[in-house]
Structure formats: C-alpha cells, structure tokens
Design a protein around this ligand. Structure first.
Ligand code: HPA
Length: 272
C-alpha cells in the first residue's frame, strides 16, 4: 500500500484529532450510521473532504467522520466504509483504521449488515463475530512490509477479542436482544452469493455472510488493535429462503433495527 495516501488524508484532519489519544474507534456499516449517541462533538468531516477516502457510493453509508465524546470516552467514528468492490484500492478500505492507529487508538468496533446463513438466524438478529473466513483470496497486507503495521506474518488466532465479545453478550442480555456468536464469511461482492456458494460457506462453518469488515479487521489485528465485531442480520442469505436478495431490503432491515443498534452502543460503550 502507498503510505503517502494515508499521510495526505491525515494531513487534512484538524489537529484536534491527534491532540489526545482516542479511546475507541468505530466503523459503521450499512444502515448503522444513526446508531451513535454523542455528548459532545469535537470534529465532523465529510468523506468527500478526506483525500484518498472519498464519498461512499453505497446507499446506507453516511460518509462522515465524527470525533466526539460519549460518557468519559473519546471516540472516533467512521460512518460508512469503502469496499474493494467499489473499485478503490485497499488504501481507501483500511484508511480509517490507519488514521485511528495514528490517533493512538487501540480498540475498534467494526459493524456490518450481513446475510444469515445459520438457520437459527432471522433478520433483526445480532451476531457477535467470533471469527471470520476470508473467501476472497486477497488481503490488504499484500505488498511491501511496513513494520509499523506489525509482523510480516501476523497471527490471526483471536482477531475478535474474547473479553469484548463477553461485554457485547452482557449488553445483548441486558437489553434482551437476540444475539449469538458467529463466524462471518467475507465475499468480494458486489453481487450477492449463489445458493451453492452459501451452502459451501455453511459447510465451512460460516453463520453470516457479507462484503466488508474482514480487510479492516485483518489490518487492525496486525497493527495490534483489540477488535469487537458486530453484524446485524438484514436478510436470509441466498437460498436460505426462496426470496431474491436486494440492497433495499438490507437498508430497510437496518432502519428497522436503528433503535436496537443505538441502545446496544450506549450500553456497550459504557462497559469498556
Ligand atoms: N450477502 C452479502 N452481503 C450482505 C448480505 C448478503 O446476504 N446482506 C447484507 N450484506
């Protein structure tokens, strides 16, 4: 990856962003953008004003960076993400994590909308990501090794931090939300999967499927972040129900779950 692209993006953010370490970074996926509760906003920047990030082309992705306080936590939230299927390079996909790293942040929550593969899942459920399967055969760490991003061969035994998972379960229990641990299968997109592909991911142990999160999580894990991953199931994966898939259904399901998502963040962040 070309690190100059990150330097340029970081250079466009206000000094306030780097003046004190950020306690928590949040990456919000499709439909999650309204889930934040803020006590005080320090900075708000549109993605289109951040070089090498650029406005998201995906409906449901707000495309805004917000530095704010909630309780006693200083939080940097990326509302919306870029995906490899948008035709952008890995730099744009992992740029939010790299900027968080430069802000001194060490804890990251990644969220997404996902299709449910496990038959126990239905739209509106949460999945606390226990592990992932990268079905794509690509990886943002391919290329020259940069020691500031960790080892050449980073360990991925526990990408999603167990303690943070327990805290997320505690939140789900307290709020009486349907949530289970699960394995997230990452596909490249932008087309949805075929039923045969979904069956093969199921046989591999996947519970949910989506087109994001894993590149950021791999990069963040290599850099030493503690990561919590959370999926909102927005639809049955291809072939799990007879219905055809479309993005509007994903956006609608996320909209319906907004109140639950907001409550989840409010409770979970206070546990950190
Ligand atoms: N497949 C891939 N990505 C998704 C899905 C899905 O079924 N639902 C939401 N994002």
């Amino acid at each position: 990856m070309n690190t100059l692209l990150f330097d340029k993006a970081a250079g466009c953010l206000p000094d306030e962003c780097f003046s004190r370490p950020v306690d928590l970074g949040i990456m919000l996926g499709s439909g999650w953008s309204d889930a934040l509760t803020m006590d005080e906003v320090y900075a708000r920047i549109s993605y289109s004003d951040i070089p090498n990030l650029g406005a998201s082309t995906v409906k449901g992705h707000a495309g805004e960076f917000i530095l704010y306080r909630y309780g006693n936590k200083r939080i940097a939230a990326w509302c919306g993400r870029r995906h490899f299927y948008e035709g952008v390079g890995w730099e744009s996909v992992v740029l939010p994590v790299e900027i968080l790293r430069r802000m001194g942040c060490q804890t990251l929550i990644v969220t997404n909308a996902a299709g449910g593969i496990n038959p126990a899942l239905r739209p509106g459920d949460f999945v606390i990501i226990r592990d992932h399967i990268n079905t794509v055969g690509l990886n943002p760490l391919i290329g020259a090794h940069h020691p500031e991003w960790g080892e050449r061969f980073p360990d991925m035994t526990e990408v999603y931090n167990k303690h943070l998972s327990e805290l997320m379960h505690a939140t789900a229990n307290k709020l009486d939300l349907r949530a289970m641990d699960g394995v997230y299968a990452y596909t490249l997109g932008p087309c949805y999967e075929t039923p045969a592909e979904i069956l093969s991911y199921k046989a591999q142990g996947a519970d949910v499927v989506g087109m994001s999160t894993v590149p950021e999580a791999v990069f963040a894990k290599a850099c030493g972040f503690k990561i919590a991953g959370l999926s909102l199931v927005t639809n049955f994966a291809a072939g799990i129900s007879r219905r055809e898939l479309n993005h509007q259904e994903v956006v609608d399901a996320a909209n319906e779950a907004k109140t639950k998502m907001k409550a989840f963040f409010e409770d979970f962040i206070l546990r950190l």
